[in-house]
Ligand binder design. Structure first.
Ligand SMILES: Nc1ncnc2c1ncn2[C@@H]1O[C@H](COP(=O)(O)OP(=O)(O)OP(=O)(O)O)[C@@H](O)[C@H]1O
Length: 565
């Protein structure tokens, strides 16, 4: 069987599993919103010239977005247009496969390739009088999917050339996008250079796919402040008028950002932000410090930062407890640095092999401070050995006492076994202080700054997440907290190092949300579906087969768990 037949057959199975009405499907009507999107701007001249050639011909050109929602329709004779209106193949209606079954638009989106769907290949009876060829339009720089160009005609006029024509139109639109990107970037770059020459101070330029920061901005601001500035500049994207914003930076500085839009003709190319003035009004921020190399300015993060910094400054021995990956080690290390202890900090990890007690003894004898990670994994023998070692340190009453910090896991809410009971009371006797580090879900307002800092750390300084992508991330449970976020961003950075990451570019596991809280079993089920979809490139039928689940069930679960595919 040819590839096309296989695609059509699999598409029919998907349509059936989606419970598409075989006679009278009713495509969803969607508000298509922005009439000045990049896709529409680039497609308009191409569609106008091709439609003019096709006026009064029985062929229509249809442009959709990446969901299959029709954005515009051109060309075609009167009888074809009436026939298309009768099946709602008109602006605003969604021609995704799960709405209307196999068709040139939805099926091209599902298979991720151009496809010609001839009359009888359509799943629903009312579309069989037509033939349609759909070709995908992708962004020529980022590769992200923008939409579909579809050529539709009456079934009796079908011709394999329809597909070549659709591919040609898609290519022309992509070329226009590239031309526009070059024009816009050129205009933005010109304005950026001019601003750098005239201002003599820090300058930032932001475009749809571009972010530039001059060396003065990089010298003035440390990584945390740069992350906060980047967040703030995201607020300006798309603004058509000049404005001034104030940014409270983690270092305690307040920066005044003067934004000027930059245009190429009538089109917004981006914006130039001059950082006009900074002042340092607060010697001591009452909300607490921000620690070097860490992101987060929420009240709870600042409170815990202040507490750990005070503890490190007074060299009080402390247990930092919290769920996996919340940043216990990061906090202890940063507090040690900020407390200016003038001693090295030796870091040992109970999850790693080696004679931990001996190593701890060597470091303490050498005059180092000590951070012992994952102390909840210490064996009874190691607990005894450390208790003895810490007793010796105390008995020696050194002129300058070392600082010792332990980190230990706390189970998630509702689960048994707190860190204390697993560390043993003898050992805890040496640690007068315990600090609980909050899970990420309790300080989600820090997520944008954390994302920025972690991306910068991976070297992806030119990569930004769209507001929608950040919103999507802030809806996730983050079971392994910041470590999990770090892992997710690392996997994104492996495939993209510049540009804007939108929801569709996030890894599959990040695209599931559910309004209600899921039971443990449901969470496992949701993760299994998301994994299977990722393994099968979004093919729901293949995913359902690999899970031994009926197709109707996987479609229902995808809706129920809010999995964004
Ligand atoms: N506030 C923060 N700012 C920047 N990076 C952070 C922050 N919190 C955590 N991280 C980063 O997240 C990752 C996990 O943090 P860390 O290793 O400190 O967690 P942990 O609680 O000690 O983990 P575990 O439970 O595995 O011992 C590290 O890469 C760390 O640098």
């Amino acid at each position: 069987m040819s590839d096309v037949r296989t695609y059509i057959q699999v598409s029919w199975e998907r349509s059936k599993a989606s419970l598409v009405d075989t006679d009278h499907p009713s495509p969803t009507f969607v508000d298509t919103g922005d009439s000045d999107s990049l896709l529409l701007r680039a497609a308009r001249p191409v569609l106008t010239s091709l439609s003019a050639e096709l006026a009064d011909e029985p062929v229509c050109l249809i442009l959709t977005d990446s969901r299959g929602v029709v954005l515009s329709r051109g060309g075609g004779d009167r009888s074809l247009i009436q026939a298309l209106d009768a099946v709602y193949l008109a602006p605003g209606f969604c021609y995704g496969e799960s709405d209307v079954g196999t068709n040139g638009i939805g099926t091209a989106l599902e298979v991720g390739a151009p496809i010609l769907v001839n009359g009888a290949d359509h799943y629903t009876g009312n579309l069989r009088p037509f033939s349609c060829a759909g070709a995908l339009i992708t962004h020529p720089v980022t590769g992200s999917l923008l939409g579909v160009i579809d050529i539709t005609t009456k079934a009796e006029n079908t011709n394999p050339l329809l597909l070549s024509f659709a591919k040609l139109a898609a290519r022309r639109i992509q070329e226009r996008i590239l031309e526009e990107a070059n024009e816009l970037d050129g205009a933005l770059l010109g304005r950026y250079y001019a601003a750098c020459r005239h201002s003599g101070g820090p300058v930032i330029a932001v475009g749809e796919q571009t972010f530039m920061m001059n060396s003065l901005a990089q010298q003035h601001f440390d990584a945390n402040d740069q992350a906060a500035l980047l967040d703030q500049t995201r607020e300006t994207i798309g603004r058509l008028k000049a404005c001034t914003l104030l940014a409270d930076l983690p270092s305690g500085m307040t920066a005044r950002l003067a934004y000027q839009p930059a245009f190429a003709g009538d089109v917004l190319a981006g914006g130039i932000i001059q950082i006009k003035e900074q002042r340092v009004p607060r010697v001591q921020d009452p909300r607490g410090p921000s620690l070097p190399g860490l992101a987060g300015s929420s009240a709870s993060w600042r409170r815990v930062s202040r507490e750990v910094l005070d503890i490190a400054t007074r060299a009080e021995w402390v247990v930092l407890q919290g769920e996996a990956g919340v940043g216990k080690t990061a906090l202890a290390t940063a507090a040690h640095q900020a407390a200016d202890r003038h001693r090295a900090l030796a870091v040992l990890d109970a999850s790693e092999p080696g004679d931990l007690v001996d190593q701890a003894g060597v470091h303490l004898d050498a005059g180092s401070d000590l951070l012992l990670r994952r102390a909840h994994l210490l064996s009874p023998d190691q607990l005894d050995g450390l208790t003895e070692l810490f007793q010796q340190v105390h008995d020696r009453s050194l002129a300058r006492d070392p600082w010792v910090a332990l980190t230990a896991r706390e189970e998630q809410e509702g689960q048994e076994g707190q860190a204390d009971s697993r560390l043993g009371l003898h050992l805890l006797h040496f640690f007068p202080r315990t600090v609980s580090v909050p899970p990420l879900r309790h300080h989600l307002e820090d997520l944008p700054a954390l994302v920025r800092l972690l991306l910068n750390r991976s070297g992806a300084t030119d990569l930004v997440l769209s507001k929608a992508a950040l919103n999507q991330l802030s809806r996730l449970p983050w079971s392994d907290n910041v470590a999990h976020l770090h892992q997710t961003l690392t996997s994104i950075v492996r495939t993209r190092r510049a540009g804007v990451i939108d929801v569709a570019d996030l890894p599959a596991e990040c695209r599931a949300t559910s309004r209600r809280s899921l039971t443990r079993l449901e969470t496992l089920e949701r993760d299994a579906i998301v994994d299977a979809l990722a393994v099968h490139g979004g093919d729901k039928v293949a995913a359902s087969e690999s899970l031994g689940m009926s197709r109707a069930t996987i479609y229902r679960k995808i809706r129920e768990f809010g999995i964004v595919s």
